[in-house]
Write a protein that binds this ligand. Sequence first.
Ligand code: AMP
Ligand code: GLY
Length: 420
Amino acid sequence: MKVLVIGGGGREHALAWKLAQSPRVQTVFVAPGNGGTAADPALRNVPFNGVDDIDALAGFAAAEKVALTVVGPEAPLAAGVVDAFRARGLRIFGPTRAAAQLESSKSFAKDFMQRHGIPTALYASFTDAAAAHAHVARHGAPIVVKADGLAAGKGVVVASTADEAHDAIDHMLATVGGRVVIEEFMDGEEASFIVVSDGKDVLALATSQDHKRVGEGDTGPNTGGMGAVSPAPVVSPEVHARVMREIVLPTIAGMARDGHPFTGFLYAGLMIDAQGRPRTVEFNARLGDPEAEVILMRLKSDLFELLMAATEGQLASVEPQWDRRVALGVVVAAHGYPASPRKGDAITALPAATAELQVFHAGTVLDGAVLRSSGGRVLCVTALADSVRQAQQQALAAVRQVQMDGAHWRNDIGHRAIKH
Ligand code: AMP
Ligand code: GLY
């Protein structure tokens, strides 16, 4: 069978790598893919020029008789790629445009959570600047200001002073426009809780935790994620059960009841307080990146079978097997990331893949025979080992072999998991 993965980051390299391991899969197309998927003989890059190109991609999938399409990033989901493929009778794993609003619209997500009693921070939504400023004046800091719409983590300011919050409101209404959401600040430890749903049944993937800040000790500006670890020890069996009962199952049931059954990967970004009470920071309608890399590194079962079962409404019959070891991924970022990543740096001396080490590519491109950087997050070097510390050491040893001008990474990925 032929499979198509939409996207071109580390998450999509990991999805394609895992799907290609299935004995039922003969070809994995990646649209548009990256330098890593281009270099892998098991994978084939195909052109995809973004959301305006969805119809052409559906045409390609139909012509090639692709058996299953898997969507990586949020943008095509928010643009309705699942609706477009399904309208042509093509099997695709992901949420419809309506269901993807759990990620694409913060106000949709917050209204949904409020209506269905799903624990999250108290919030209010504003289009009027004066009303937003008055709200901050009334509640004080710390307080969180978010732009409504897709801003890939950049549309969030966790303000420790009221002045910071006032500035954020003005800036967001002037640049992103439309609407700001102002939230209660939640204290605690974050974790990523990702499930597969067929619209009715739910299968929890291994837990994980990413590190969003660019600098060591979780300092500096937010990024897409500088590394991740799986499992996340903060999600104890008790917390896991609460997350399923209080967040995941009511969300899947609520979306179905509201007429938008959620099919696809549902990612609940959690804040877990000192008492082990989980609350939802945000929903994403997709796998996380770099969470996907560490989760898929630990998946022992056939991903193709799992996702086919999900698209057939047969999820209840699937029980995935996980490697008991720890997977830890360190992102190698380009010079200037996240503010202004430089592109075009040559990348050499990539460590060889083994059963315990994979170099997933993100922002890379093959320029003739030369591999070059083409984005902010360039590689995610992922290791599997018996302990967090060992996995961290092995990933870092491999990262240090990589030669790329201006490369930077964090040496402390997994520090919260080590502390537990
Ligand atoms: P988001 O894009 O909503 O995931 O927010 C990005 C990051 O901001 C999260 O991963 C948290 O670290 C932080 N954050 C967002 N909302 C809150 C909140 N209500 N309380 C505390 N931290 C938050
Ligand atoms: N690593 C966070 C995300 O994918 O949204």
